[in-house]
Design a protein around this ligand. Structure first.
Ligand code: PHE
Length: 345
């Protein structure tokens, strides 16, 4: 092999070896093997001594060119390896690659009761009502006495109460907040207070021991039953997105006088009669009435000067009707196969 061929062969071998080098140590080894004291290129240069003047010049140039090329290629490769190492380090530290699509794109959904509650809050806010939050553990006074239900009153039997050891109880209805809210704000007053209620009942498709109500009170001079009907009709027409007819039937609750059961025209059959409304064309939705003077007085409001209405909307019932939920127990089940189906329109 003459020197030209040797140079050619060395160049090719170097390139092949360089291509398979992946870390800085390996590049360094390659550098020593070619450019080190006993490296192949260095030895080739040393061999020039034995050549004649003319050859020395010719091959000297070629070998020096090879040397420079090898040096350049090694420097380039060190840079590339360094960069790749840094990238691996960054990805390794963060443990993820932000450019990859996620494996389980999953968006949560609101509970149907939350959806209906928010919708009602919006509707009532737009009519000047404030939204109040109230505790779930209440006193006997708040839940009964202040609402004109003294001890041993038969009305207490209507509400199977969970009592706590300390004499307090889990609120059986959102009316338990009426007294505190009247005392807090005085009259005139417009407020709604949604909340979770508890009754010691055995459960089936339409009964739960834990359910939601939304109470509303409006107190001012000259509030009458027609105000009550107007507000309920407006609110329900918005919720059901159609004009809803309402009717009042007498109902008894010690904290209202007169007291009513408010029915709405069945939105399934349009009032003609179907299985949902048991053929009557009406659905019972919301007990209500004019606030009893003793309840106003207990709340620090003068019944000679002010009147007001109160209603106790069954939020759970409303959510079931709004979304066509057949079994009330699905709502407390936490079962995502059921709950993830509901969305806000
Ligand atoms: N608090 C009553 C209940 O849950 C409902 C109600 C509220 C009735 C307001 C009249 C006025 O049974």
């Amino acid at each position: 092999m003459n020197i030209s061929e040797t140079i050619q062969e060395l160049r090719q071998r170097f390139e092949a070896e360089l291509a398979s080098v992946e870390n800085r140590d390996a590049v360094e080894k390659l550098r020593v093997a070619y450019l080190g004291k006993r490296g192949e290129v260095t030895q080739l240069l040393a061999g020039l001594k034995s050549l004649s003047g003319e050859e020395k010049k010719e091959f000297g140039q070629k070998i020096n060119l090879l040397k420079r090329d090898v040096e350049g290629r090694i420097a380039e490769h060190i840079e590339a390896v360094k960069k790749a190492e840094e990238e691996r380090l960054i990805l390794g530290a963060e443990q993820y690659d932000v450019t990859l699509p996620s494996l389980h794109p999953h968006t949560g959904s609101y509970h149907p009761i939350t959806l209906v509650q928010r919708e009602l809050e919006e509707i009532f806010s737009s009519m000047g009502f404030t939204v109040e939050d109230f505790k779930e553990i209440v006193t006997d006074y708040e839940c009964f006495e202040a609402l004109n239900i003294p001890k041993h009153h038969p009305a207490r039997d209507m509400q199977d109460t969970y009592y706590l050891d300390n004499g307090q109880l889990l609120k059986t209805h959102t009316s338990a907040a009426q007294n505190s809210i009247m005392r807090k704000y005085g009259a005139p007053l417009r407020a709604i207070f949604p909340g979770r209620c508890f009754r010691n009942e055995s459960t089936d498709a339409s009964h739960e021991n834990t359910f939601f109500q939304m109470e509303g009170i409006m107190i001012d001079t000259d509030i009458s039953i027609s105000n009550l009907i107007y507000f309920m009709k407006t609110m329900l027409s918005k919720v059901f997105r159609q004009d809803v007819e309402v009717r009042l039937r007498p109902g008894f609750f010690p904290f209202v006088e007169p007291g009513f059961e408010l029915d709405i025209s069945c939105h399934i059959c349009g009032g003609k009669g179907c299985s949902t409304c048991h053929g009557s064309g009406w659905i019972e939705l919301c007990p209500c009435g004019m606030i009893h003077p003793s309840v106003l007085r207990a709340g620090g409001i003068d019944p000679e000067k002010y009147t007001g209405f109160a209603f106790g909307l069954g939020l759970t019932r409303l959510a079931m009707m709004r979304y066509g939920i057949k079994d009330i127990r699905d709502l407390n089940s936490g079962d995502l196969r059921v709950l993830s189906q509901f969305t806000h329109e």
